[in-house]
Design a protein around this ligand. Sequence first.
Ligand SMILES: Cc1cc2nc3c(=O)[nH]c(=O)nc-3n(C[C@H](O)[C@H](O)[C@H](O)COP(=O)(O)O)c2cc1C
Length: 210
Amino acid sequence: MTSSADAPAEKEPPNPRVLILSCSPHTGGTTDAVARVLEQTLSAHGGLAETIRLRDHDVRPCIGCGFCSDHPGTCVFDDEAARLFQRLDAAHTLIVAAPVYFYGPPAALKGFIDRAQSRWALRESGRAPARPRRPARAVLCAARTNGERLFEASLLILRCFLDTLGFDMRDPLLLRGAERPADILHPPALARIEAMGCEAAGEGLRLRHE
Ligand SMILES: Cc1cc2nc3c(=O)[nH]c(=O)nc-3n(C[C@H](O)[C@H](O)[C@H](O)COP(=O)(O)O)c2cc1C
């Protein structure tokens, strides 16, 4: 069975202004706490926030079979990846929240990212539907407090993934010393997360009216 990654976006759920893609496998961890703060900030600033918790969805990792090279925009797997890509397509703006695991994205996020190969193949084929590019942001949580290159791999991978999906990455929020929720639920860190939420809410509202 195959699935189409370029089918028109469905009506349900309603077009979000800001989609939060929360990407930790850990229930109740730091990334979930960041996503909650973002949701609250977005609603307080008139944004319509929708959160996707990646771990709640059945997404098989890419097996590199080449099917999407031969049939751009489609995949051999009929799981939830195509539907998730459609929800990303429907967002006016996106925030990806993720932990750093071994200097990169956690496995399930990387698995989802690799599934964007079908979108990359579609774009290369010149048959991708024309869509305006949209802004995206990333919030990354890592336990270490130092290390110049701590976020480098995650940022490079995310930038490439988001570009493939038609998003331009804005300045990321990089949270160090963020091992557990208590490490970000204090005023200085909260202020930085809320500031990103405000920015995204403003941008989402503006883009919705364009
Ligand atoms: C498998 C694994 C690998 C990790 N690797 C790193 C790392 O390379 N650098 C770092 O600073 N923290 C690392 N951490 C710590 C997490 O980034 C940190 O605890 C984060 O807050 C976890 O977020 P979560 O609870 O939402 O998953 C790792 C944690 C796990 C479970």
